[in-house]
Design a binder for this molecule. Structure first.
Ligand code: ZN
Length: 150
């Protein structure tokens, strides 16, 4: 099997600070990239990985908190509810934990890898992971929250 060419970008890399572009048409290239991102995420025992973390500036992310893999294109949060605070880690911010306050329930709309509309209602850890990855797509890292919590 061919080795994936994707490498995880670390905090300080400017690609992590730039918002991505929306995917206009889902192609085989996107499907291939999402599979490679998932493979990379599992290989480092991550629960989520967003395109900017591998240097790509398109709206794509993969999430699996242990309950199944989501391959997401153009994900956006359409409903927020409640509140949770967790210490989060990030593959792009090695060896750091940051307390982040997020919604406890979210509804996320996205396209799946076939370009079909997907609606995910999530709470707890999955809601947290989805918000974390969507933050990446907006150029936001967990370290950007450090000054915002009392
Ligand atoms: Zn992250």
């Amino acid at each position: 099997m061919k080795e994936t060419g994707l490498k995880i970008r670390k905090s300080g890399d400017s690609v992590l600070k730039r918002p991505v572009k929306l995917v206009e048409k889902v192609t085989d290239e996107h499907r291939k990239t999402l599979s490679e991102m998932a493979r990379l995420m599992y290989s480092v025992s991550g629960i989520g990985l967003a395109a900017p973390q591998v240097g790509l500036e398109e709206s794509m992310a993969v999430v699996d908190i242990g309950t199944g893999l989501y391959k997401l294109i153009n994900p956006k949060i359409v409903k927020y509810n409640g509140e949770q605070v967790n210490e989060e880690g990030c593959l792009s911010v090695p060896d750091r934990g940051v307390k982040v306050k997020r919604a406890s329930h979210v509804v996320v709309e996205a396209l799946d890898e076939n370009g079909k509309r997907l609606v995910i209602e999530a709470e707890g850890l999955l809601a947290c992971a989805l918000q974390h990855e969507i933050d990446h797509l907006n150029g936001r890292l967990i370290i950007d929250y450090e000054k915002k919590l009392p």
